[in-house]
Design a protein around this ligand. Structure first.
Ligand code: BG6
Length: 501
């Protein structure tokens, strides 16, 4: 007799087109527990999981279904807010779960996945929340065991590879089994509410449409700062470093969404074609730019929120001679008509004083200035797009300072759209909820196409190659905004990092 439950007899009414079987490899891993199961649970709670959708957890450990369900229940109790953990939804959700212990790299055992499918008519989504080096093995074994069909989709997590060559190898292995139209490469930043809003902001508002170019924008700043350090991931992180972990994917995706030309429509390929053009136009690094326009840092012990934290080399499992960077700041640009001469300043680091992701668009000053000379620096608009912690958009405008004694003194103030207070009833979904839903619907516009990944690597590779002989990264104390050199990098252009956090 089959070890698996049969799907519910009652079929969905047909108006939900998201019915799938989800096979989640790495179901007991950190990402699955922290993000994927909570996201799936929220979809359940919102009524967005189709009645017959089933979820199969796969991991090496020998667990039975009940023990697996208890593990997931425990994870949900840890990572979902108590007031959102409604009991009926929880019971419904747990009842969808099956579990299969499996050694992913060996073909034996995969037949059980085919058996679990029971020739179900709904598509199967395979989610690989495992190390990228075994993506190819898993895809091959799934195919050889007859578990896949013409509708099966695969979802893969970053990092895809270590450089262009290794990423091409992994993409080839996945591509030998799945066509590009059924490969969903996750960059979870693309699922964030404000990141999606960038598309609406830029292409639905004529105000910005006409201003979005080098005639009106002087420079662009992107900061992605995290308070956390390495969080027990030293082994992975030390091979990657902040450039591969954050810049190659998340920051470059933000650059693409800021810099791309308007797509002809919202189709996945129309958007991705425009993003690829930006990646191809990114200025490659030359030797003379390295010392001046790029700063690598590594945190040493310091204090965050009044608590002492160890340095990177003192973290658990650390190789004390490591030169891996935990911070990168760089000045780059997009060499095309729209952006010629507009610097893009990027910085990202671990163990910074705040968790902060924001994009600041600095507009140019008026051609002729008529107010107090000592306020001249104020006189430009800034558009601040905040991804986290509080999602929102603020446009800094100048008005007259009020009061009889102020004359025509200027005052800077925000026109502010704070999503949580402007739309208080709307819960802002986690990026993974949106991304999982899009996979279920079979829509790819929030996922990264192979050529995007590869162009991003090509650009990073030019930097990585130059770093190979580099010495020690610059030190910065945990709880600071990075090495002093990253401030000098921008002040040498007469500018400063936006500091209204
Ligand atoms: C991941 C990186 O992709 O993004 C992590 O591997 C990082 O190192 C995380 O902490 C940051 O994501 P978020 O959504 O918290 O900004």
């Amino acid at each position: 007799m089959s070890q698996f439950k049969r799907p519910g007899e009652a079929r969905s009414s047909g108006d939900i087109d998201t019915e799938i079987d989800l096979a989640l490899f790495g179901a007991l891993g950190d990402l699955a527990q922290r993000k994927l199961f909570p996201a799936l649970f929220h979809l359940e709670r919102e009524g967005l999981l189709a009645p017959d959708t089933r979820l199969l957890g796969l991991a090496r450990q020998e667990l039975d279904v009940d023990a697996f369900r208890s593990r997931i229940e425990k994870a949900l109790k840890t990572y979902v807010k108590a007031e959102e953990l409604d009991r009926e939804a929880l019971a419904r959700f747990l009842a969808r779960l099956d579990f299969l212990p499996l050694d992913f790299t060996k073909p034996e055992g995969y037949a059980a996945i085919r058996e679990w499918r029971q020739e179900a008519a709904r598509p199967m989504v395979v989610y690989l929340s495992v190390a990228a080096k075994i993506y190819g093995d898993i895809c091959r074994h799934l195919e050889a065991s007859g578990s896949l069909d013409d509708e099966s989709r695969v979802v893969v997590e970053k990092p895809i590879g270590y450089d262009l060559a290794s990423s091409a190898e992994i993409n080839d292995a996945i591509g030998a089994v799945f066509p590009e139209s059924r490969i969903y490469r996750i960059d979870h930043y693309l699922g964030k509410e404000t990141v999606q809003n960038l598309i609406a902001l830029r292409f639905a508002n004529p105000l910005f449409g006409t201003q979005w170019n080098q005639n009106h924008i002087s420079h662009v700043e992107i900061t992605v700062a995290e308070k956390v350090g390495i969080e027990g991931r030293w082994g992975y992180f030390d091979d990657a470093g902040q450039l591969r972990d954050m810049v190659q994917n998340h920051l470059l995706q933000l650059v693409c969404l800021i810099a791309m030309d308007p797509p002809a429509n919202l189709d996945a390929d129309a958007i991705r074609d425009e993003k690829v053009k930006v990646l191809k136009a990114l200025k490659p690094f030359t030797d003379d730019m390295l010392g001046r326009d790029v700063v690598r840092g590594q945190y040493i012990a310091g204090t965050i929120d009044g608590r002492s934290v160890p340095g990177y080399l003192e973290e658990e499992g650390a190789n004390r001679a490591s030169h891996t960077e935990t911070f990168v700041a760089m000045k780059t640009g997009v060499a095309n008509w729209r952006w010629a001469g507009v610097p893009f300043y990027l910085r990202t680091g671990k163990r910074m004083p705040e968790k902060l992701s924001q994009i600041v668009i600095h507009f140019r000053q008026q051609p002729h200035y008529i107010f107090d000379p000592d306020q001249r620096e104020l006189a430009a608009n800034k558009l601040v797009i905040r991804l986290q912690p509080e999602e929102g958009i603020a446009l800094e405008v100048l008005t007259k300072d009020s009061g009889l004694d102020k004359g025509m003194r200027l005052r800077r103030g925000p026109l502010h759209l704070d999503f949580s207070s402007a739309f208080p009833k709307t819960r802002i979904p986690d990026a993974y909820e949106r991304l999982l839903l899009e996979v279920m619907k079979g829509q790819q516009y929030l996922f990264v196409r192979r050529d995007e990944v590869e162009h991003a690597w090509r650009w990073c590779d030019s930097l990585i190659a130059a770093w190979e002989d580099d010495e020690v990264p610059r030190r910065y104390p945990a709880g600071s905004w990075g090495p002093v050199a990253s401030i000098a990098m921008i002040t040498q252009d007469g500018r400063s990092w936006y500091e209204d956090y």
